[in-house]
Design a protein around this ligand. Structure first.
Ligand code: 4AD
Ligand code: MG
Length: 447
């Protein structure tokens, strides 16, 4: 025996005129005399099921009347095309069987505050907008992997428990590791994926990464998912070309396959349609000039229309700076060649400009901030050792990483894209916390 339904709402059109059995939950229910209308959701979509008293048994009609929001049930009936129905079809119910009646579902169609909804995240994920958002997340992940796979990249998984900091000692979650001392949750898989690059040429890792940052912004999670490609025999130029094709492929695929979800979220599709290579590029130097000129003119930035603060060369950009820079373009923009002192130890210095490195942050349009950080890595053994020391790190801890420069070293480059930042931008969701099923933030670890 099988408990599976005979059809799913997403492909109900294929069953037009046939009798099917659907299985799902009550999204909404209304009654009108001898009629009960059930909005049934089955995870793939929502469809109206019409229960007409004279078409079903007495028990089935009573069951239909007793249904409450989020009760689970099987519905059997004929698929009927109806132009007025949202999905183009309705079900004329012939039978109905309740699996479980729900009482007092906490999330009702009325407005709830975000705090309440976040505390009920385990239930909130059933709601239409959250459902659409998480489906877009799924598509972003699938598109990202499919694109890299199609370009000959091999997935090379990296450890989450690591003996040392990859990018410096701040922002790490620590845990005791048996008799071997302290282990840290990975902030990036990059160092390990570089070992894979030397074996396969083109690789990527994909998994959760952790940042013990005390930031409360709408762009920060303490646990987020990152996909990190790495290429051998490649420089920062090759890296950016890969990124603009990668990001465009993801956006175009979401547009193609998740139109309905984007519509549920009210996303302006024209802003996504124009995301095609190439992307504009400016240097950090130029960005600082742009910002300071605008700051002097009293330019303000959304969402609160605060004045754009000036910036000193050498400082990292704040959210208002990123928002302002991105607003100058209608595609994601690469900001290249950041100050050496502001970036990680492994980035390749620019020839003749040792104060800046071959790197770029990719800033998404519309104020969604940095979605990608990437760089060309130092491949020279001595230079890398020196930079590790200059950063106050212990070269002993990086023995294996230095080995990669000892045995057949080659110029190489790579980047990391945060899945949630990318999803927030594509879906047009202001706050990153809704782009992951269970967000982990400074003040949130429940549910
Ligand atoms: O710029 P980041 O820190 O770069 C790295 O970790 C490199 N090792 C990646 C590499 O070159 N392989 O992080 C990369 C991306 C950011 O652009 C952003 O999309 C995301 O990871 N990210 C976060 N997303 C959510 N919450 C946070 N706290 C994030 N920090 C970074
Ligand atoms: Mg970064």
């Amino acid at each position: 025996m099988s408990l599976l339904p005979s059809a799913y709402i997403a492909d109900i059109a294929r069953h037009a005129g046939q009798s099917v059995t659907l299985a799902g939950w009550v999204y909404n229910k209304t009654e009108k005399g001898k009629l009960v209308f059930i909005q049934l959701r089955d995870g793939t979509g929502i469809i109206q099921c019409v229960v007409f008293k004279k078409n079903v048994s007495e028990e089935a009609f009573a069951a239909a009347k007793s249904l409450t929001q989020e009760s689970s049930l099987y519905v059997t009936g004929t698929v009927r095309a109806d132009e007025r129905a949202p999905g183009g079809f309705e079900i004329d119910v012939s039978d109905l069987r309740i699996v479980a009646l729900t009482q007092d579902y906490p999330i009702t169609p009325k407005e709830h505050g975000t705090e309440f909804l976040m505390a009920h995240r385990h239930l909130w994920v059933r709601s239409a907008k959250q459902h659409a958002l998480l489906r877009i997340r799924h598509e972003v992940i699938a598109a990202a992997q499919d694109y890299l796979n199609s370009q000959g990249f091999i997935r090379f998984d990296t450890p989450i428990l690591t003996p040392v900091a990859a990018e410096g000692t701040t922002n790490l979650f620590a845990t005791e590791y048996f008799d071997l001392g302290t282990a840290y949750l990975a902030q990036t898989g990059q160092l390990y994926v570089e070992a894979g690059m030397m074996s396969f040429g083109k690789v990527y890792c994909f998994g959760p990464t952790f940042r013990a940052e005390r930031s409360k912004t709408r762009r920060h999670l303490t646990e987020f998912w990152m996909i990190e490609p790495e290429m051998a025999f490649a420089d920062q130029e090759d890296n950016m070309v890969l990124q603009e094709h990668f990001v465009s492929a993801i956006v175009q695929r979401v547009l193609e396959r998740r139109q309905a979800d984007l519509a549920t979220l009210g996303r302006d599709l024209s802003k996504l349609e124009r995301i095609t290579p190439p992307f504009p590029r400016i240097t950090y130097d130029e960005a600082v000039e742009l910002i300071n000129r605008a700051a002097q003119q009293g330019v303000t930035v959304p969402p609160e229309d605060q004045p754009l603060p000036p910036i000193t060369w050498g400082d990292d950009f704040g959210a208002p700076h990123e928002t302002f820079l991105a607003a100058q373009f209608d595609k994601p923009v690469f900001v290249m060649n950041y100050p050496t002192a502001a970036k990680a130890f492994y980035m390749q210095p620019v020839e003749g400009r040792p104060d800046v490195v071959h790197c770029a942050d990719l800033l998404a349009p519309e104020g969604y901030g940095e979605i990608i950080g990437g760089s060309q890595r130092i491949h020279d053994l001595e230079l890398l050792e020196r930079r590790i020391r200059e950063h106050g790190l212990n070269p002993d801890h990086y023995r294996w990483y230095l080995d990669l420069r000892r045995y057949g070293t080659v110029p190489h480059a790579g980047f990391g894209m945060g899945i949630e930042r990318c999803t927030a931008w594509i879906a047009g969701t202001r706050h990153i916390r809704e782009t992951i099923p269970f967000p982990r933030q400074l003040y949130r670890i429940y549910p």
